[in-house]
Ligand binder design. Structure first.
Ligand SMILES: [Zn+2]
Length: 133
């Protein structure tokens, strides 16, 4: 395996985990407990670990395209990290905050991944709780 391919896998392991979570969920032998854990980890990874563009709004009104990790976090500029977190808790700025989540193609894939993991968490959690009864 080439070095480039390896680092791609290392950077994107969360997507692999998402696929595994779905496999766990679909497999009758493994059960919803393992799938629930995998979905939870994937969701957390999308928020703080996935390689994406920063997406914070710059002073020129554009989206920052520096590399960063996680939809919730920003790039190496401290100001962008704070801005992204603050915008999420500001009613007037929440649209800009979420617009940043869709900055580039990687970001859109990550948002889809996050939506899938949240959905998967709810479905498997329900199944898990039903199985306990
Ligand atoms: Zn930035």
């Amino acid at each position: 395996m080439s070095r480039k391919k390896q680092s791609f896998l290392v950077k994107n392991w969360g997507y692999l985990l998402l696929v595994l979570a779905i496999v766990f969920w679909a497999s009758r032998d493994i059960g919803p407990g393992m799938a629930l854990i995998a979905f939870l980890f994937t969701g957390a990874w999308m928020l703080v670990g996935v390689p994406v563009w920063c997406g914070a709004e710059t002073r020129k009104g554009l989206s920052c395209r520096k590399n960063s990790y996680g939809l919730l976090l920003g790039c190496s500029y401290n100001q962008h990290r704070w801005q992204k977190l603050q915008d999420l808790f500001n009613v007037k700025r929440i649209r800009e905050a979420f617009a940043g989540w869709f900055t580039g193609p990687q970001n859109r894939i990550a948002v889809c991944g996050l939506a899938l993991s949240v959905l998967g968490t709810f479905v498997t959690l329900t199944q898990f709780l039903m199985a306990l009864k």
